[in-house]
Design a protein around this ligand. Structure first.
Ligand code: NAP
Length: 260
């Protein structure tokens, strides 16, 4: 079975108390991994972990802020203490306040950089000593189509971080290759998270109309791509990206969609 190698692995997912990260954590847990569910709000992280343990899987919550190195170090140590090491880091935590350049404060810019880009670096830095010991360590970064491929008004800062994560990845994978560690990224399109679902069915229908496959992605869709990249079978893939967007980036015009 593909990804059978995930069974028993110690997996950290940052930003796993809700949204995409929660889906990634669920997919790994369902495949037998031991999952550390990380977010700043301990109660939310523990509640998300409990959903997994209630299903008979192995998971626990942990509170840590990806913008703070000491907290990332404690997070990595917690995975070692609870699950015997760190085999997989899913660097997923992110934020995306929508604000156009003219209204954006330098503080907002810095916040988004700190969480999405510096947070990726700090979580990787904290886990590398343990990923080296794993022998087949895996880092899977949640980037986005926004930034590396597409643009969206109000997300200059966000797009810059999501493209920046890929620049980080391409050198990180070279530095870490000699330890058997791979570094890859998943680029989701529009995913049905709790936040999006709250905006209502009409809103989601409008967004789905721009996707050739006619529907939005699920958090499990992103989880399955991350699972593949973390598997033993993907051990010769590093520095690469998988776009998971139902074909969203492909239509070259609205007319192209209309002619489908
Ligand atoms: P979300 O629903 O808002 O969830 C964000 C998660 O990150 C929460 O668990 C949150 O928990 C955690 N988090 C935020 N800041 C953190 C910090 N400083 N330290 C630790 N944890 C933190 O977001 P999402 O939509 O799932 O997005 C998750 C990732 O997917 C992001 O990297 C985003 O760029 C990417 N993505 C999402 C979509 C989409 O359609 N949703 C599309 C493309 C890419 P706490 O608040 O408790 O810390």
């Amino acid at each position: 079975m593909l990804a059978a190698s995930i069974k028993g692995k110690s997996v950290i997912v940052t930003g796993a108390s809700k949204g995409v990260g929660k889906g990634i954590a669920r997919v790994f847990a369902k495949h037998g991994a031991q999952v550390l569910v990380v977010g700043r709000d301990l109660k939310a992280a523990e509640a998300a972990a409990k959903e997994l343990t209630d299903m008979g899987h192995t998971a626990s919550g942990f509170s840590a802020d990806v913008t703070k190195l000491p907290e990332m170090e404690k997070m990595a140590k917690a995975a070692v203490d609870r699950y015997g090491g760190v085999d997989v880091l899913c660097a997923n935590a992110g934020m995306f306040p929508q604000v156009k350049i003219e209204e954006m404060s330098p503080e907002t810019w810095d916040d988004v950089m700190a969480t999405n880009l510096k947070g990726t670096f700090l979580s990787v830095k904290a886990c590398v000593p343990y990923l080296k010991k794993s022998g087949e360590g895996r880092i899977v970064i949640t980037s986005s189509i926004t930034g590396p491929v597409t643009g969206f008004p109000g997300w200059t800062h966000y797009g810059a971080t999501k493209a920046g994560q890929l620049g980080f990845m391409r050198t990180a994978c070279m530095e870490l290759a000699k330890y058997g560690i791979t570094v890859n990224a998943v680029l989701p399109g529009n995913v049905m998270t709790e936040g999006l679902i709250e905006l209502g069915e009409a809103y989601m229908k409008g967004m789905a109309a721009a996707v050739p496959m006619g529907k939005l992605g699920t958090v499990d869709d992103i989880g399955h791509a991350a699972l593949f990249l973390a598997s033993r079978e993907a051990g010769y893939i590093t520095g690469q990206t998988i776009i998971v967007d139902g074909g969203q980036i492909l239509p070259e015009s609205q007319d192209a969609m209309a002619q489908m």
